[in-house]
Design a protein around this ligand. Structure first.
Ligand SMILES: Nc1ncnc2c1ncn2[C@@H]1O[C@H](COP(=O)(O)OP(=O)(O)OP(=O)(O)O)[C@@H](O)[C@H]1O
Ligand SMILES: [Mg+2]
Length: 631
């Protein structure tokens, strides 16, 4: 029901947004809201800007891309500042083809798709509204109707600059349908839609021998030549190439550099002069953003070819490198998994993070800085604070290699390996070890990795594995400590009782038997040794604690677990040291006794309830940490 209602709402919205009127009516709209007549580049830029910009530490973050593109804010900022913004201002870069260059699966297509979907949505908003000559296959700009000799005058009145000439088809329609009366020409509001082929196009090269230039610029409709008498009658022409359809919006040119040159020449005059040649007509004006993408190798071979010089100067290359922060990389995987049919699979905590660490390691280049290894660099790039290094060091490291992020493992590879790890397992639950193993196996089958890189990558698998070992151990300890919170208190109370008796030269009473006994020296020392208190210093330490307790008592405050920093540390360490044995024994025993079983269940419950594991992954984690501690 809900979906049907939504469909109806959508239909009603279409009706509400629809507008048509005469050219004279349209001029009223232009007078009030001149932005409806903005250029394609300007509309794209405003779309990005209108979504909002945040500035953090002098770096811009464009909301338009947030939640979709991760870890490449710098590349995006550059793209906006160096291409979209100046081209919106009609500066010269507008006349160049935008070429996104980056490694495989680095998000180039995703970026372009975002722009396309964004434009579709934007054209339905007030700010992004756009109008065209009614029933024109190229959704021609109505202002093209204004004769060239009046355009300066028009600019003075409306503040809108007009570029481009009325197309041959509309020139003819103006005469035939409207008797030359420009003011009567019908105008309509249009809505960008790739599916309906309005304002958004995609050109992707196929076999160069069979591909027809008509795919780009349209073609003669031979069936109508008889009706209209000649091939140069624009009515006998189908303006249905991608360049025609993308007019006013954008066209994605896939695999541009793989394309036959003759296709590229069409783009030359389009970008440079704003028009292109189709059939036997005068030049056709078009206003559209052309975005292409390529990888580095392809681009290098393209520019090394002298024949491409003219084209080269009409292209603006914007790098789209891989992300270099593992937290952001993790978010990329989360997004890709959400969008895939693996979404139901349980992925144990830290699994994607560890995979991301491996990936980032493969993308980093060695730093010349003293004391920096790959792991440290990875952490610093992720914004972690590491003693001895600061912001400036990070900036310097980034500046060391301008091409960092152009090579390494790509996100799609990782996702593929995750899905094959899932297939291999019987339960729909995977952990970091499954994924690392799968990543490793995949490296052997990966055809495009050189032997040298393979060796480096294998090594990074081990590095990531060590990171995981530490994470796993801490996680289990934490889970044990939680169920041992009570024990921490008990241990401390016990220690304090003994210290009191020791300092006052008293005896203690056994709570069970009521027997008198001496302070438990062994227990006290086992705690004190954790923070390096020597035999000679123990007396002073114990007295200091007693003084602290009485100072608290005098102020009416309760002395507890957190009242003495060093004592707390000692208790915690003692607990962890004890835990090591508890964990070790509890997790490795094949036949746990009742007590151990109870502990295991408690810890597993904590892992599930508080840390996001399920019972499979919690049990796997316990077993793994048990094996680590037994090494
Ligand atoms: N920085 C990133 N932020 C968000 N998602 C990303 C990023 N990099 C890659 N991806 C994801 O990786 C997958 C592959 O990206 P995409 O297809 O856009 O790459 P591409 O650069 O076009 O690759 P190719 O060169 O193979 O065409 C997509 O699911 C995309 O969402
Ligand atoms: Mg792509």
């Amino acid at each position: 029901m809900d979906i049907l209602r939504k469909i109806q709402e959508h239909r009603e919205e279409e009706l509400r947004l629809a507008w048509e009127g005469t050219f004279a009516d349209y001029l009223e709209i232009v007078k009030e809201r001149p932005y409806v007549a903005q250029t394609a580049h300007s509309r794209v830029y405003n779309m990005i800007k209108d979504a909002g910009v945040e500035e953090v530490d002098g770096k811009k973050k464009y909301n338009f891309f947030s939640g979709h593109m991760f870890g490449i804010d710098e590349a995006i900022e550059r793209l906006v500042e160096e291409y979209f913004h100046p081209s919106a201002k009609r500066l010269d870069v507008r006349k160049r083809i935008l070429l996104l260059m980056g490694p495989v699966s680095g998000g180039k297509s995703t970026l372009v798709t975002l722009l396309k979907r964004g434009l579709e949505a934007y054209s339905r908003t007030e700010k992004g509204a756009i109008y065209a000559i009614k029933s024109c296959p190229m959704h021609e700009d109505p202002l093209h109707l204004v004769p060239p000799h009046l355009r300066d005058e028009f600019y003075k009145q409306y503040g809108v600059r007009i570029e481009g000439n009325l197309s041959p088809l509309n020139m003819m329609r103006l005469q035939e349908e409207y008797g030359g009366r420009i003011e009567d020409v019908m105008v309509e509001r249009i809505f960008f839609s790739e599916n309906k082929r309005v304002g958004i196009g995609t050109f992707s090269p196929s076999d160069p021998k069979s591909q027809d230039i008509a795919d780009l610029t349209g073609s003669i409709d031979f069936s109508t030549i008889a009706e209209f008498g000649s091939e140069s009658d624009p009515r006998a022409y189908r303006f249905d190439g991608e360049l025609n359809k993308a007019n006013r919006g954008m066209m994605e040119f896939q695999e541009m550099l793989k394309c036959d040159e003759k296709f590229l020449w069409h783009l030359l005059s389009l970008t440079q002069e704003g028009n292109f040649k189709a059939g036997r007509f005068a030049l056709i004006s078009a206003d559209e953003l052309i975005v292409a993408h390529t990888n580095e190798a392809e681009y290098r071979s393209f520019i090394s070819n002298k024949k491409n010089e003219a084209l080269h100067s009409r292209i603006i290359v914007m790098p789209v490198p891989y992300n270099l922060s593992y937290s952001e990389e993790e978010r990329i995987y989360e997004k890709m998994i959400r969008e895939s049919d693996m979404a139901h699979v349980h992925i144990a905590p830290h699994t994607l993070k560890v995979a991301a660490m491996f990936t980032i390691l493969t993308r980093l280049k060695e730093s010349k800085k003293a004391g920096i290894d790959f792991i440290k660099k990875m952490r610093l790039y992720d914004g972690e604070i590491i003693e001895g290094f600061n912001e400036v060091d990070v900036e310097e490291m980034r500046a060391e290699h301008s091409d960092e992020g152009m090579k390494g493992i790509d996100p799609r590879y990782v996702i593929n390996r995750i899905s094959s790890a899932i297939i291999r397992k019987e339960t729909p639950s995977i952990n970091a070890l499954d994924v690392l193993r799968s990543l490793k196996d995949g490296l052997n089958q990966h055809a495009s990795i050189s032997n040298e890189d393979r060796e480096r990558y294998m090594n990074f698998i081990s590095v990531a594995r060590r990171e995981y070992d530490n994470i796993a151990k801490k996680e289990v300890q934490k889970a044990f400590v939680y169920s041992y919170e009570e024990s921490a208190k008990t241990l401390m109370d016990n220690y304090l009782d003994n210290v009191e008796a020791y300092c006052n030269k008293n005896k203690l009473r056994d709570p069970l038997t009521g027997e008198e006994m001496n302070p438990d020296e062994k227990l006290m020392r086992s705690i004190e040794e954790q923070i390096g208190i020597s035999e000679n210093a123990k007396k002073a330490f114990r007295e200091e604690i007693l003084i602290r307790i009485s100072a608290y008592a005098r102020k009416g405050k309760r002395f507890d677990y957190n009242s003495h920093e060093r004592l707390r540390e000692a208790i915690q360490k003692k607990l962890f040291a004890d835990l090591k044995d508890v964990v070790k024994i509890t997790t490795s025993t094949k036949t746990p006794d009742e007590q151990q079983l109870k502990k295991i269940n408690e810890v597993i419950a904590t892992l599930i309830d508080e840390y996001g594991y399920n019972s499979t992954s919690a049990n796997e984690l316990l077993r793994y940490v048990g094996s680590l501690l037994n090494r």
